[in-house]
Design a protein around this ligand. Structure first.
Ligand code: GLU
Length: 296
């Protein structure tokens, strides 16, 4: 079978995987395997102040302990800074981006949404960020799991000229994620619902560089209470790699997959295989959030 599908899991090493991020890794893995595709892993290590020492190794070890092996070499975004910078400079040189010295406080005062104040200013002060001029030509898309997503659906960020280089000089996530997905030939982006608000902006940037847009599928996120994503900030625990079977079973349950209960003969590979076969039969999500009721 030809292998046209390329998916990926792209964690930022700001901490070890918690059960919510393991779930995201697993859904992207299952979708890729259900399509007989490739599944890549990319470490998005371009924000040193938010990085936690040892997190990359922990993430990779945890993925391996759960049988989630990448097809191909792990990519590290920190090796790609020069390429990202070239793209940013080209956007500036061709007037598809501009410098912006607005502060967070100023934007907040204006209602929290950046409305393009610096786009026509001839002089901005240092330090300044760089924003991509969002042409807004893509105003809707069909999400693989969520159905039609439109600008009207209260995603104000989708209208913004998003930051592609930060005031501190660091490359912004929104530029790097699009640049690498294009460069790696990614065709399917399966990730958590928390990233849905920036998807339309990312698609508009993507279209600037390539006409072949990917398919996006946003999966439910685990929350402690409605609206509160499980995260390092709310003390989500690191996944214990020695409990891989229990962790996978938990994830399968929240995804509504009926994977045989493990016994001594069940291997992780068997569990992933069963889950992949079920995923291939079609999966729907009824909610955007899944409330975590038991601690894992
Ligand atoms: N690196 C991002 C994160 O850890 C995810 C990027 C993506 O999946 O698009 O939140």
């Amino acid at each position: 079978m030809t292998c046209q599908y390329v998916g990926r899991f792209a964690p930022s090493p700001s901490g070890p995987l918690h059960i919510g991020s393991l779930l995201t890794a697993l859904t992207s893995y299952l979708d890729a395997h259900a399509h007989y595709g490739k599944w890549l892993v990319r470490i998005e290590d371009i924000d040193p102040p938010r990085e936690q020492p040892g997190a990359t190794t922990q993430i990779l070890n945890t993925l391996a302990a759960h049988g989630l092996h990448a097809d191909g070499e792990i990519r590290y975004q920190s090796n790609r800074i020069a390429e990202f910078q070239t793209m940013i400079n080209q956007l500036l040189d061709t007037s598809h981006a501009y410098r912006c010295d607005c502060t967070r406080a100023m934007i907040k005062q204006n209602g929290g949404l950046y409305t393009g104040r610096c786009k026509t200013r001839s002089q901005v002060h240092s330090p300044c960020a760089i924003r991509f001029i969002n042409p807004g030509t893509i105003g809707q898309f069909n999400d693989h799991f969520q159905g039609l997503v439109t600008l009207k659906q209260s995603y104000p960020l989708a209208h913004e000229d998003m930051i592609i280089q930060r005031k501190d000089g660091l490359i912004a996530y929104n530029l790097a994620v699009v640049a690498d997905d294009i460069d790696q030939g990614v065709t399917h982006i399966i990730r958590g619902m928390d990233l849905l608000p920036t998807t339309l902006s990312q698609m508009n940037l993507w279209q600037h560089f390539s006409d072949t847009l990917p398919i996006y599928g946003h999966t439910p996120v685990l929350v402690t209470v409605p609206g509160q994503k499980l995260s390092k900030q709310n003390h989500a625990r690191a996944v214990d790699p020695t409990q891989a079977i229990a962790n996978l079973r938990y994830c399968f349950t929240v995804l509504g997959l009926d994977v045989p209960i493990s016994n001594d003969d069940t291997t992780i590979a068997d569990m992933l295989h069963h889950a992949t076969v079920q995923w291939r039969q079609g999966i729907t999500f009824k909610t955007h959030e899944i409330i975590v009721t038991e601690t894992i």
